[in-house]
Design a protein around this ligand. Structure first.
Ligand code: ZN
Length: 265
């Protein structure tokens, strides 16, 4: 960053908080992209908006054209509002950063949270709320439209994977107790599970599956009730997203109101 002129509004701690997990090369790329973005806007200094734009481009993929069909917009806005509402209301969820219905890469919309710190040790309460936030998009669709869409595929994948780890690796199921049942580590580079010998019975495998399903279903029930109780806020968020396409943390907090975790930052 020493090589680029920075505007006064650049808050490096905030940049750092939004780039958790970035490698040195990613960070270099971030600064280059931000400088390019500033140049495109004929600015003399790189400001926070440029960093935000660069970060989204790297994490979410490049911005694409806005959604054309009103129906699809409505669906995506509802889905993202569900995520945003759950992130605002669930007490242990990471604080919301922003929510958008501008498509990036393959995603039609995105709800971004900002972990308060680099987490290495994850508490059960945090994990359960995290699954809740992941399921909330689909839950909102079901509440508003009476049915779900295929848009929640990656949410479901992430939620299920997390639940499976909680049950089979982190001893967070009462039924299975404090035991670990590893079934193939995820390969870091291939992003899929490597075949590995399983040293537990078919019966245990069945139990794990049942527990994973029960855990995800419990989280879904909880978040369903939460969103039902806050339906006016869900609708207000959806409406505002349709109007503005992107909402920051403060705007979401104002719409969710005092029942949220507090609209600081
Ligand atoms: Zn989603």
């Amino acid at each position: 960053m020493r090589e680029v002129p920075l505007a006064d509004d650049v808050d490096l701690e905030r940049v750092a908080a939004r780039t958790v997990g970035f490698s040195g090369a990613d960070l270099e790329n971030l600064v280059n992209e931000a400088a390019l973005q500033a140049a495109r806007g004929s600015k003399e200094r790189v400001d926070m908006d440029d960093f935000s734009h660069a970060r989204d481009k790297i994490v979410l993929g490049a911005e694409r054209e806005a959604l054309a069909s009103e129906d699809e917009k409505q669906l995506v806005a509802t889905h993202e509002s569900g995520h945003a509402l759950a992130a605002s209301l669930l007490p242990h969820a990471d604080p919301l950063d922003k929510v958008t219905i501008i498509p990036h890469g393959l995603a039609l919309g995105a709800t971004e949270q900002m972990p308060e710190e680099d987490l290495h040790n994850l508490r059960q309460s945090y994990l359960v709320d995290r699954i809740g936030v992941l399921l909330a998009g689909r839950v909102a669709e079901r509440l508003v439209f009476g049915e779900v869409s295929s848009g929640a595929e990656s949410d479901l994948k992430q939620a299920t994977r997390l639940a499976r780890r909680m049950v089979s690796q982190w001893g967070m199921s009462e039924t299975l107790g404090p035991a670990a049942f590893p079934r193939g580590e995820e390969h870091i580079f291939l992003g899929r599970e490597m075949a590995q010998q399983r040293d537990f019975s078919e019966r245990t495998a069945q139990l794990i599956d049942d527990e994973v399903r029960a855990l995800v279903r419990d989280c879904e029930q909880r978040v369903m009730q939460l969103i039902e109780r806050h339906r006016p806020q869900l609708d207000a968020l959806t409406q505002s997203l349709l109007e503005h396409e992107t909402l920051g943390a403060d705007e979401v907090a104002a719409l969710v109101g005092p029942s949220g975790k507090g609209g600081t930052q």
